[in-house]
Ligand binder design. Structure first.
Ligand SMILES: Nc1ncnc2c1ncn2[C@@H]1O[C@H](COP(=O)(O)OP(=O)(O)OP(=O)(O)O)[C@@H](O)[C@H]1O
Ligand SMILES: [Mg+2]
Length: 671
């Protein structure tokens, strides 16, 4: 950011210049100088990021054109028309700064000069080839001719034709023009050559679309370039030089690389950026290796979506891993997920390390593997990673209406021990297993998501049915892998939804594979729940608690009943949902809705509100729906709830409810 004072200085300079050039008192040279200074200022401002590239392009074009107009104009009063004089100046190594100085040159006789002709011939030969800066200055002077028709254009991509291919012919010869030897004026005048724009790259437009070649045909293809080049290049030798390393546009040359004009141009900059995008790092000798967060993110995304083929770690002993572990997924709501495979550059106390962007190429040696994961198949670990709960918006405790006791207990068991493990030790040590049970749609899964959001632990969410059905025959390996990975990611919460399908009572007729899964799960659960060091919490949720195996039940020590919402909780749900919509329900009407919804689950209440919210739409004519604006939709009224009650019914029957309550009285840990 520029300090205000510096802005003020800029502004006043700008104004001063403006008045100078519009006052009518200054000479053409002064005007040209002023415009040239403006062009420089634009460059400065752009280089200092004070103005955008688009703005810089426009200003550059504007002032470069004004400048060219003066320099190109052959009007004796308002133009400089002194190309030939510059050639003469060059030839004589004399300066012609005097306003009174009258040239003996005419437009035509300059072409008779041998040196000019030689330069034009030289230009012909060089045409098409990229010129070195020193040569380029030859082209400038050779091509810097005249503004009328054979006057064909001057040098520079801004002109339509190339003076090198269209030598202008003139008549007459002014003998007082000194000859400068067979090799032309430039070679005959070394001091002049050193005074050419080759060391003065500032007018190589720094703007992508205006990358005007300073030196004639360096970039012929750019036809949108401003017509400043010829004039500028001729003018520049007369400008005072900044000392090397001093401030000024010369600094930009140092910034971009010390070099000729092309080193300054925006294409070079964009090239460097393209390189960065292409391979994630900048070329040696290019711009500094700093990467913006956006670039870094882009590079990481590229790696995620096109991960390098990894060589399987020998210690995994299995098939090669095609995807990098967990890298294809985001890192959970808290971003705490760390890969189980430690990287060589450090690890945490548990053997895992914070996830870092995977910069490993295929040739990178396989990283060492956590001891606890050695016996597992990499494929399994990968599958576990893909089960990490990382989707959906974060859920807060306030999003869950009612169930105050369960919420308080969970905070006590999960959140606080995570916060203060030093206090929650010994007898106060948190239980390692929780069972949330209750009728469907009462918020058990919602609580699971809330634990994920609020605990700050690594959160694994697995649907038990996926363990039994998705990976048939491999379920028990999955269970083992799940706990092993969780152990590497402590503190960790393993949330198992529909746990009944995993831990249902063992029956004689059950399938061998599901029996093995269950056994493995109980073993792991036992390990996790009995080990005092492990900070792994297993949270199971079920709406069929009576089907859970007694051995599993014992291990899930805190069994919390998640009942149907009470009146206050139902009101909370309705109020919260209606607050996001246009609603005209009065307080007593809300009370009425709450009363009428006794026996509804949280999910039923949500459904009721959805149905009611469609009421105002249904009251509209079909034609209106096409044209109505969103704020013209009538608000939700009690009548809409009234209608909704006709179609939405409680999903939990009183008989079912009794079963839950019985089970809660028998096994539940609630009050
Ligand atoms: N206590 C609650 N507070 C707010 N919304 C709730 C509550 N209970 C349920 N809901 C609503 O019902 C939806 C379903 O809840 P959820 O999936 O948590 O029920 P569940 O108890 O896991 O059911 P199931 O036993 O069938 O799996 C939630 O997304 C939410 O919109
Ligand atoms: Mg659920």
């Amino acid at each position: 950011m520029q300090a205000p004072s510096s802005r003020a200085v800029h502004l006043s300079e700008w104004q001063k210049n403006y008045f100078a050039v519009t006052s009518g008192t200054c000479t053409a040279v002064q005007k040209a100088e002023a415009y040239r200074a403006q062009v420089l200022r634009v460059q400065y401002a752009w280089a200092n990021s004070e103005i955008s590239q688009v703005c810089a392009s426009r200003l550059f074009k504007k002032y470069a054109e004004k400048y060219s107009a003066i320099v190109d104009s052959d009007n004796v009063e308002t133009g400089l028309n002194n190309y030939a004089e510059n050639v003469l100046t060059v030839a004589r190594a004399q300066r012609t700064d005097s306003d009174q100085w009258q040239s003996g040159l005419s437009l035509s006789n300059v072409f008779q000069m041998r040196s000019v002709q030689e330069m034009m011939r030289a230009g012909e030969k060089l045409r098409g080839s990229l010129l070195a800066p020193a040569d380029a200055s030859v082209v400038i002077h050779g091509g810097a001719v005249v503004p009328d028709p054979p006057k064909s254009s001057v040098c520079g991509g801004s002109r339509e034709s190339d003076p090198l291919t269209k030598p202008a012919h003139g008549t007459g010869w002014t003998p007082d023009i000194p000859e400068s030897g067979p090799s032309g004026p430039l070679s005959a005048q070394p001091p002049v050559a050193t005074n050419t724009p080759k060391t003065c790259p500032m007018f190589s437009a720094p703007f992508g679309d205006l990358a005007t070649p300073l030196f004639g045909n360096v970039r012929k293809d750019n036809s949108s370039a401003p017509k400043a080049s010829p004039g500028l290049s001729l003018f520049l030798p007369r400008q005072p030089r900044s000392p090397a390393g001093g401030e000024g546009p010369w600094d930009r040359s140092a910034f971009y690389g010390s070099g000729p004009a092309e080193a300054l141009s925006a294409p070079t900059l964009s090239e460097a950026l393209r390189n960065t995008e292409g391979n994630g790092h900048r070329e040696e000798g290019g711009l500094p290796t700093f990467k913006t967060a956006k670039e870094q993110l882009w590079v990481e995304q590229q790696k995620k979506h096109h991960p390098p083929a990894r060589v399987a770690a020998p210690s995994y002993g299995g098939s090669g891993v095609k995807k990098s572990l967990g890298a294809s997924r985001s890192r959970g709501i808290f971003g705490k997920f760390v890969p189980p495979v430690p990287k060589p550059d450090g690890g945490d106390a548990h053997g895992g390390v914070q996830h870092k962007p995977d910069s490993a190429g295929p040739a990178e040696p396989a990283p060492p593997v956590d001891e606890r994961l050695k016996s597992l198949e990499p494929k399994m670990i990968e599958l576990i990673m893909s089960e990490i709960m990382d989707h959906g918006p974060p859920v807060t405790w306030d999003d869950i209406a009612g169930v105050e006791f369960a919420k308080a207990t969970i905070k006590e068991i999960v959140v606080w021990p995570m916060m203060r493990p030093d206090i929650f030790t010994g007898l106060r040590g948190p239980p390692k297993g929780i069972l949330l049970f209750g009728p469907p749609g009462t918020g058990k899964t919602l609580i699971g998501k809330c634990i994920a959001s609020q605990s700050g632990a690594t959160f694994f969410s697995i649907s038990a049915s996926s363990l039994t059905s998705k990976w048939v025959g491999e379920g028990e390996k999955m269970v083992r892998a799940l706990f092993a990975v969780a152990r590497c990611q402590q503190p960790a919460v393993i949330f198992i939804d529909e746990i009944d399908s995993l831990l249902s009572q063992r029956a004689d007729g059950e399938h061998e594979s599901s029996r093995r899964i269950k056994t493995e799960f109980l073993v792991q659960l036992d390990g996790a729940t009995t080990s005092s060091e492990d900070r792994i919490l297993v949270v199971g949720a079920t709406n069929r608690p009576q089907e859970i195996d007694e051995a599993a039940r014992r291990r899930l020590v805190k069994r919390l009943y998640i009942p149907l919402p009470e009146a206050s909780a139902r009101k909370q749900i309705v109020t919260r949902l209606m607050s996001r919509e246009q609603c005209s329900l009065r307080e007593e009407e809300i009370e009425l809705v709450v009363q009428r919804s006794a026996g509804f689950s949280g999910a039923d209440m949500t459904q009721l509100c959805r149905e009611a919210s469609l009421g105002p739409i249904r009251s509209l004519q079909a034609a209106d729906i096409a044209t109505i604006t969103a704020d013209q939709v009538p608000p939700i009224a009690y009548v809409d709830f009234d209608n909704a009650f006709r179609t939405v019914r409680p999903s939990v029957s009183p008989t079912d409810l009794e079963l839950y309550e019985n089970w809660n009285r028998t096994f539940g840990c609630g009050k």
